[in-house]
Design a protein around this ligand. Structure first.
Ligand code: ADP
Ligand code: ZN
Ligand code: ZN
Length: 736
């Protein structure tokens, strides 16, 4: 009988499988694609996946090594997820082993057994109830008793942690004789719990119509839920999930960034009594694996996470939700450059379940898919409750002096809103104090020594920082060119606006939200506390403020600089700018008080701004789509971007030239209609000391493009020029 050969996917960038003999003494019937094996690789042992089993190898028998160990009896991924990973590797032209590594929690990647730890669960003892005198003055303990009362089978620390309950609270309760710890695998043999913790809101007519459509359908459907800001998309998600849970299925929810919207997470926890797992960055490896296993084993009802959660296995997938589907954070920008939204759609198709893509400002790709009938379009055009859409106006600042980025009429408007006891959000998408440090005598500008970029001035503490490579240095005291001491910060960032606002409104608290002010854990929540307290206050910040927040007392949104987006070199510039402005504007007037939006610009008659303020995002989206169609740009064509970088520019060029010649040959010999553009320097040619260039491949159909790439990549992997540079391929690039 011929021998069994395992083709193993290993965590390596090489796009190939590695052949091994089965470990001695292992019956071949016990081996299936999808089980993990430990194999010798050079001097190391690596954990890989059996991708296929054959009886032939191109490697001579005596050179073929045996795998050391089979780690699983059953494949650890459900079949559809295994297929998803294979599809992902193939679509993004990435190594399968590396793709599987991205999909797995660290411990499983390292070869740990796929078994949940026997968990210690907390359970109420008889006689414990929230009004118990022993805890009458301990609100945390009271809350713990309340929650445990709703979970008669007990809860693990990880799950209690989701309500913010700490170990010492439970320890104290144990000493008081109110709770005990039991050893059990989590959620095991749970009897059906009440599903909801609170009643749903009564859906309005538009929400109900959307829900009716979602609930009526069976199997795979992708809905584009286009709902204006404040229209109550979250309520639609919650009720769609409820329906899914009632059918004994699980829901997967992807959100752009966990830390940014603690409120949204709170709404999920408050609504449902079923276990909700939130995959956040604070989980340690063990907790992450336990959560992953609990999802795979069907022990949790809802999984919420960011981009990489798209790879969470579910035992009974019933619904996928992508909140803010236009958000750029769904696209991974290094390594496996996948788009989690697109993968989620494919995944739902494999799982034969529904998927909702929600946004007030859908990506043009998604709108196009809705226009062509691939997605079902659902619209929420009214704000929920009594809220009215905000009124948007441009504020022409030509020849008006700006202080801290603010014009006089803007300050006046801010004063009026604060005077009425309301809150104001000031938006400036530029952190730091000033984007430029300039010599007033000779015009010298402080630049980054490693990038083609200016240094940003930061204050308190004072330093210069490059926002592209993060390098820092002290502020220059003298101009290196003319020795003058008159160096001035030019322009405004959030720190400068904050400072000026504090001077103008000394009695109003000013809260600044940007990457610098929120870098510490929980900092965002702390800062937002003041805002949610509701009194008059000023919020200054970057696009972090644009994402999904609900600030009921904000009545004015002041946009300090809309001009940057009007000159973007990227063809996606107008789309991005319209999304950002619409999202920020959407923070105004979300409750019963009407909202106003003022946009400072030097180009108040720019057609894009006019359309945006008068007609809104949908109008812009459709005119942009028409422009893309006539320019043959995505979504009407398909792109892949080959990037290369090195400290030596000639090596970058030589590699890309070689790639271009190879691509040209393939295309000519097989008549693949793929257009090659470049190589050209990347938009910022030098970054962190490396020279960067790119070759763009574009086609009207996906098939010829992918066909060409499939043949091109092995050539690039073998090209000697490729060893001297860092190169990568980005399929459906968003950043050009
Ligand atoms: P979106 O995500 O679409 O911007 P949200 O889901 O945050 O909007 O909803 C905005 C506000 O409207 C929230 O305070 C929410 O509680 C409220 N809301 C949503 N649906 C309803 C409804 N049917 N009745 C009353 N209020 C609602
Ligand atoms: Zn000078
Ligand atoms: Zn730099």
């Amino acid at each position: 009988m011929s021998e069994v050969i395992l083709q193993v996917a290993l965590p390596s960038p090489l796009r190939r499988l590695f052949d091994y003999r089965a470990p001695r003494g292992i019956a071949s019937e016990g081996l299936r694609p999808g089980v993990r094996v430990r194999v010798p690789f050079g001097r190391r042992q690596l954990v890989g996946f059996v991708a296929a089993i054959t009886d032939q190898s191109t490697i001579p028998r005596d050179k073929l090594k045996a795998a050391s160990e089979v780690l699983d009896i059953e494949p650890i991924l459900p079949d559809t997820l295994w297929q998803l990973c294979r599809w992902t590797a193939n679509y993004y032209q990435h190594s399968l082993g590396d793709t599987l590594s991205c999909a797995l929690p660290t411990l499983l990647r390292q070869g740990e057994p796929a078994l949940a730890r026997q968990q210690l669960l907390w359970q109420l003892l008889p006689g414990a109830y929230p009004e118990h005198p022993a805890i009458s003055r301990a609100p945390r303990q009271k809350q713990a008793v309340q929650i445990l009362g709703q979970h008669p089978h007990g809860l693990s620390h990880a799950l209690l942690g989701q309500w913010g309950l700490q170990r010492d609270t439970l320890d104290t309760l144990e000493k008081k004789g109110l709770v005990q710890q039991i050893r059990q695998s989590p959620h095991h043999s749970n009897e059906p719990l009440p599903l909801l913790r609170e009643a749903p809101l009564t859906a309005n007519a538009e929400q109900q119509a959307a829900l009716d459509a979602i609930i009526a359908s069976k199997g795979f459907t992708c809905w584009l839920l286009e709902g204006v800001t404040g229209s109550g998309k979250t309520e639609v998600y919650l009720q769609a999930i409820e329906h899914c849970l009632r059918h004994g299925k699980q829901a997967l929810v992807l959100i752009p960034e966990i830390g940014l919207t603690p409120q949204t997470l709170e709404r999920f926890r408050q609504r449902f009594s079923v276990p909700v797992v939130i995959l956040h960055s604070g989980l340690n490896d063990r907790e992450r694996m336990d959560a992953w296993l609990a999802a795979r084993n069907g022990e949790v009802g809802i999984v919420i996470g960011t981009r990489s959660a798209v790879f969470t296995p579910l035992a009974n997938p019933g619904l996928v939700i992508i909140d803010e589907e236009h958000d750029l954070s769904y696209k991974q920008q290094d390594g496996l450059r996948y788009n989690a939204r697109d993968l989620a759609v494919y995944r739902a198709r494999l799982d034969n379940c529904g998927i909702i893509l929600g946004s007030a400002t859908p990506a043009l790709e998604s709108l196009h898919n809705a226009d062509t009938g691939r997605y079902q379009h659902l619209r929420l055009q009214q704000r929920a409750g009594d809220a009215q859409p905000p009124q948007m106006h441009c504020l022409d600042i030509r020849s008006r002096p700006l202080q801290g980025g603010l014009s006089q009429p803007m300050l006046q408007a801010i004063g009026e809103h604060l005077g009425k006891g309301n809150q104001v959000l000031v938006f400036l998408n530029r952190r730091g104090f000033a984007p430029t440090l300039m010599c007033h005598d000779c015009g010298w500008i402080a630049e980054c020594s490693r990038c083609d970029a200016r240094m940003t001035v930061h204050q308190s503490p004072t330093y210069l920082q490059c926002h592209h490579c993060d390098s820092q240095r002290p502020l220059d005291r003298h101009c290196p060119k003319c020795n003058s001491e008159d160096l001035r910060p030019v322009g405004a960032g959030t720190e400068r606006s904050e400072e000026h606002l504090k001077q103008c409104f000394p009695h109003t608290p000013v809260v600044r939200i940007d990457r610098d002010s929120t870098s510490r854990k929980q900092a965002m929540q702390q800062l937002l506390k003041q805002v949610h307290a509701g009194g008059p206050c000023l919020l200054v910040g970057t696009q972090m403020l644009a994402k999904g927040h609900h600030f009921p007392n904000v009545t004015l949104v002041a946009i300090l600089d809309a001009d940057g987006g009007l000159f973007s070199a990227d063809f996606r510039g107008p789309e991005r700018m319209a999304q950002l402005i619409t999202q920020v504007a959407g923070r105004a007037g979300r409750a019963d008080k009407p909202g106003q939006v003022l946009i400072q610009t030097h180009m108040a008659d720019h057609p894009l701004l006019l359309d945006l303020t008068e007609q809104g995002y949908a109008a812009i989206a459709h005119s942009e789509l028409a422009a893309r169609r006539s320019a043959n740009l995505p979504p009407f064509s398909f792109m892949a971007l080959l990037r290369a970088e090195s400290t030596a520019p000639e090596q970058v060029n030589s590699f890309l030239e070689q790639a271009s010649v190879s691509a040209e040959n393939l295309q000519a010999s097989q008549q693949l209609s793929v257009e090659l553009l470049g190589p050209v320097p990347s938009p910022m040619e030098r970054r962190a000391g490396r020279y960067r260039a790119q070759l763009l491949l574009q086609a009207n159909q996906r098939a010829p493009l992918h066909n060409l790439l499939h043949q091109l990549l092995p050539l690039l992997e073998q090209a000697p020029q490729g060893r001297k540079v860092r190169w990568s391929l980005d399929i459906d690039p968003l950043d050009m």
